[in-house]
Ligand binder design. Sequence first.
Ligand code: H2B
Length: 103
Amino acid sequence: MHDGPMAELLTDEELTSALDHLPLWRREGSTIVRSVELASFPQAIQAVNRVAEIAENDDHHPDIDIRWRTLTFVLSTHSAGGLTAKDTALATEIDAVIDAVHP
Ligand code: H2B
């Protein structure tokens, strides 16, 4: 499937500047990662469900690690082999979900 210009890998400069607006995310190799501890397991699952709905709508899916009430999201664009604007956009959406679910 052709993904269009959104699937272009970000340059180092573009990534650095995008991460200025995503202070809770860290670069890890060719991914960006955020861990967050929610108040409870049900809240963590609620956050996962909301992120899952967004991911499915956008056809862009994070790797998600669930450990009781701590979630770790790992983003990259598999088809591009690294980070694209799809990942920084999804990171922004995940931050909004966490803000909405967090007490
Ligand atoms: N998610 C992520 N993170 N990277 C991808 O390359 C990707 C995806 N590709 N979700 C999508 C699904 C692709 O497999 C479908 C066919 O569009």
